[in-house]
Unconditional design. Structure first.
Length: 278
């Protein structure tokens, strides 16, 4: 009996694994097609300056709903794309959309920066910086309207790769600003603070989510804000959902916030309308 039960669970495990592998390969196939047909979308989530209350930037977040596999969230999509190499194609798509949109907003009289998430794998392409600068030129988007969000994992790997640092410097010299995303959750090596051209520190939403739970967390987040300020960085908090969180962050001297309290990720049209009403 015990043996049978064991046999069963091994069987069901392997059928689960089989299902996962199958979904993965279907996703890869469909993604290739979707990229070809430009069937992905980008939504934008506002970032608000706490001093002025103005929307100063938006984060571009990729969205994909496929006829066959349904909605594939970025948390599922991005790792698969990274492993299959399709992340570079997603990057090109999002960069082009973001630059086009920033240029369009600028022509409407809106000075909105657009923040793009890029992974370290994309920067292993030696032509990454050049291709971003080409897209800026092609779309008529000024470099100072574009921000690039990198994670601590990216920073840690980039630290050891001169060609990535050089590409980042090239983009920084052109006027693009780098944001350290999900700060505090990855690999806290402070060496990359010395080496990489980072201008904005984005405190991870997991910290903000627990902000009201304990005094210890409050001291921690206050400390992160003070650290950022002392490094002359702009400090941005993500995942702000309540007015209480906002007020505490303001009290600590945090510069800007992003989160459901302001808005969830929305379409470009909704962004224009929201800016008009703020
Ligand atoms: P992220 O860059 O840290 O983006 C923030 C995520 O938190 C987004 O999830 C956003 O929708 C969500 N969020 C924003 N405000 C709140 C809030 O107040 N509460 C809560 N609970 N969540 C909030 P999303 O869009 O599902 O993206 C997940 C992650 O996938 C992103 O994390 C980013 O690392 C990655 N990602 C998204 N789009 C792209 C892309 O175009 N390229 C790359 N390489 N990665 C992307
Ligand atoms: Mg981000
Ligand atoms: Mg983040
Ligand atoms: Mg995050």
């Amino acid at each position: 009996n015990v043996r049978e039960a064991g046999g069963d669970s091994i069987l069901s495990l392997s059928s689960e694994t089989h299902k996962a592998l199958n979904r993965r390969s279907v996703i890869e196939k469909r993604l290739l097609l979707a990229l070809d047909q430009k069937n992905l979308k980008v939504l934008y989530q506002p970032q608000v300056d706490l001093q002025t209350g103005d929307i100063i930037a938006v984060e571009a977040l990729v969205r994909w709903e496929d006829e066959e596999v349904g909605v594939v969230s970025p948390d599922e999509l991005i790792p698969i794309a990274e492993e299959s190499g399709l992340i570079n194609n997603i990057g090109s798509f999002v960069i082009e959309e973001a630059c086009k949109q920033a240029a369009k907003w600028k022509n409407e009289g809106l000075n909105l920066k657009v923040s793009i998430n890029l992974s370290v794998r994309e920067f292993r392409d030696k032509n990454m910086a050049k291709s971003i600068l080409n897209t800026l030129e092609k779309t008529g988007c000024p470099a100072n309207l574009i921000q690039i969000e990198i994670t601590e994992k990216f920073a840690l790997e980039a630290e050891a790769e001169t060609s990535i640092i050089n590409q980042m410097r090239k983009l920084e010299n052109a006027g693009i600003v780098f944001v350290l995303d999900d700060f505090g959750t990855g690999y806290a090596s402070f060496r990359y603070m010395q080496l990489l051209p980072i201008s904005i520190l984005k405190i991870d939403q997991a910290f903000i989510g627990s902000l009201l739970q304990s005094e210890k967390t409050q001291r921690l987040i206050n400390g992160m804000v003070q650290f950022g300020k002392s490094m002359n960085l702009i400090v941005l908090a993500e995942g702000v959902e309540t007015i209480e969180q906002r007020n505490l962050l303001e009290q600590y001297g945090c510069d800007a916030i992003q989160g459901f309290l302001i808005s969830k990720p929305i379409t470009e049209l909704e962004v224009s309308n929201l800016v008009a009403t703020v």
